[in-house]
Design a protein around this ligand. Structure first.
Ligand code: C2E
Ligand code: CA
Ligand code: CA
Ligand code: CA
Length: 281
């Protein structure tokens, strides 16, 4: 038994060390990538279901190290958060997005939706930074939507919660809207909706793409859309992939949607082309 215990240690320790080394290398690579501007932002249209009009675009970061295929955000955002680099990366994404949206906002009234992680929301001066970037680009607050996840809101308690709330309220006073991402996947969704400064719910893909296992997949969607409406919140359905999903959402009076059915996230120049083709529609 003693030998087995010893074996376990010698088997697992190198794996743990290897995982830790990989993480350390990833963080060093991220630092270099920030310095070298290896990031880009792709934009995915948010569409009004009744008219097909694009009302907003979600900014989604991409990392392409030289000579390598792009690394998906899920493979580096957690390390960026853990290392604190998310502040710098998030600021870069915000700047890029606000610079890109200027023209789309002016010509088509399109706003940009930027993902802000919990750690980023706790960076000192985050509200000032966001407002200063809007001003630098001569944009009103209504050109920006700040997207936060449910877990960010729920995890905060006491002074932390009050601080997060004050930041969101300050942004809202300037016309910035707040969206809750992945709505329906956290646990005290209803409790915080009662009190938190929020404008938009983004219904998680789990409720949009039925897996077939649910008793009544439509019931959840309908309930969420109706609840949002009675709270005077807007709803965006995420990851709409099929015409059937889009039709059903429209029948349920969900106002907005995004997903591959409408468009994948695309580089800024492709979005330009896409928007000018639809001009005057
Ligand atoms: P998210 O905020 O939930 O973003 C939506 C994700 O769903 C994106 O993945 C998007 O490409 C993907 N998607 C869009 N339409 C469809 C569809 O019809 N079907 C399916 N299956 N997927 C669809 P992506 O770009 O890989 O981003 C993954 C996550 O990384 C995001 O999830 C977000 O949490 C995070 N992320 C991306 N950019 C940023 C950023 O600038 N800052 C922060 N903090 N997080 C970011
Ligand atoms: Ca999002
Ligand atoms: Ca989401
Ligand atoms: Ca997500």
């Amino acid at each position: 038994a003693k030998d087995a215990g010893k074996n376990q240690v010698t088997v697992y320790a190198p794996e743990l060390a290897a995982a830790r080394d990989r993480r350390i290398r990833l963080i060093a690579d991220l630092r270099r990538a920030l310095a070298n501007e290896e990031f880009t932002v792709h934009y995915q249209p948010v569409v009004e279901l009744d008219t097909g009009r694009v009302t907003a675009v979600e900014a989604l970061v991409r990392w392409t190290p030289p000579g390598q295929p792009p690394i998906p955000p899920m493979d580096f955002i957690p390390a960026a958060e853990e290392s604190g680099l998310i502040g710098q990366l998030g600021t870069w994404v915000l700047r890029r997005s606000l610079r890109d949206v200027g023209d789309w906002y002016e010509r088509y009234g399109i706003s940009v939706t930027v993902n802000v992680s919990g750690r980023q929301l706790r960076e000192p001066g985050i509200a000032d930074l966001i407002l200063a970037e809007l001003a630098a680009n001569r944009l009103p607050g209504s050109a920006l939507v700040v997207e936060i996840t449910e877990t960010v809101l729920v995890a905060e308690t006491g002074p932390e919660e009050a601080a997060a709330r004050a930041i969101l309220e300050r942004l809202r006073e300037h016309g910035v809207r707040i969206a809750v991402d992945d709505f329906g996947t956290g646990y005290s969704s209803l409790a915080y909706l009662r009190t938190l400064p929020v404008d938009i719910l983004k219904i998680d893909r789990a409720f949009v793409q039925e897996s077939g296992g649910e008793a009544d997949p439509v019931a959840f969607l309908r309930a969420m859309v109706q609840m949002a409406r009675s709270l005077h919140l807007s709803t965006v359905a995420e990851a709409v992939e099929t015409p059937a999903q889009a039709t059903r959402l429209r029948q349920l009076h969900c106002p907005l949607a995004q997903g591959y059915h409408f468009s994948r996230p695309v580089p800024a120049d492709e979005l330009d082309a896409l928007l000018s083709t639809g001009e005057g529609r």
